[in-house]
Design a protein. Structure first.
Length: 277
């Protein structure tokens, strides 16, 4: 998929995301609607590449929106890819036995590091690493059909992609524990009541509302906006350490009988049977 910027004259080739620039605002759309925009390795890398591009375009680009194509925002890591990816070492370099957190896990700090404020326009399910993308954004707007789940436990994993820290910061340890231990799916009004999102809109108004807010931000002095984002990030200086801790906590869980069963049960659409092994 080629994305063209008529204002700046650049064309970028992506397969799994769409990047559009509208005046001083960029819109990134995750483009795997048939998989509810589940993240595979290439999609995660393309998102990193787009963020790098946009960071280099400051102050022409002053705000960024992330949303999903179709009826999902992002359903997390692509479980359908997991058996093969586990056999290959996941997102890892096969020549390096422990290169640290995967490119998917590293999205959260990257979202925080670029100078532009990021608005997540959550238009459907935000699960697992998809929840991480939403939480790591500076502002979260949700459609009425949006759903939120820290689904990691259902895959026999701990929360990663920064979710373990940001969820506590936004909603408190009690809500973070409930979401993480149960893996429940929560609706948009619940998320609003717990401080996980800033506002909820009818589905057909979400993008327009996100664009209006982005344009409002873009009309402010860009250096001041950048400084405000940097100031807020002072309170999250431990995010990279947290992601490393998440990675290390997940390592002994990968490849266990329970994790294999969790993935197979999901793919086979049956109730899993966990043995604690």
């Amino acid at each position: 998929m080629a994305t063209t910027d008529t204002n700046m004259g650049t064309t970028t080739n992506f397969e799994y995301i769409d990047l559009q620039r509208r005046d001083n605002v960029a819109v990134i759309t995750l483009q795997r609607p048939d998989r509810l925009n589940a993240l595979n390795r290439q999609m995660a890398q393309e998102l990193h590449d787009a963020l790098d591009q946009l960071a280099g375009e400051f102050p022409e680009i002053r705000a960024v929106i992330i949303t999903g194509a179709g009826r999902g925002f992002c359903s997390g890591a692509d479980v359908g890819d997991m058996p093969g990816r586990m056999a290959e070492g996941g997102d890892r370099d096969p020549n390096n036995p422990d290169p640290g957190p995967s490119i998917t896990m590293r999205l959260a700090p990257h979202l925080r590091e670029i100078p532009q404020p990021i608005i997540a326009a959550v238009n459907g399910v935000a699960a697992g690493a998809g929840l991480g993308i939403a939480l790591a954004s500076d502002i979260r707007l949700a459609s009425e059909s949006a759903r939120f789940t820290s689904v990691f436990v259902k895959r026999s994993l701990v929360p990663d992609a920064g979710v373990s820290e940001i969820l506590i910061a936004l909603a408190g340890p009690g809500i973070a524990a409930e979401m993480s231990f149960t893996g429940r799916v929560y609706d948009a009004p619940w998320a609003l009541s717990k401080g996980l999102v800033n506002d909820v809109f009818p589905d057909d108004e979400l993008i327009a509302q996100a664009e209006a807010m982005a344009q409002e931000i873009a009309a402010n002095p860009p250096l001041a906006v950048k400084a405000i984002k940097g100031l807020f990030n002072v309170h999250h200086t431990s995010l990279n350490k947290v992601i490393l801790a998440e990675h290390r906590a997940n390592d002994p869980l990968r490849g266990t009988n329970d994790q294999t069963e969790a993935i197979q049960a999901f793919l086979e659409k049956r109730r899993p049977k966990f043995t604690g092994s």
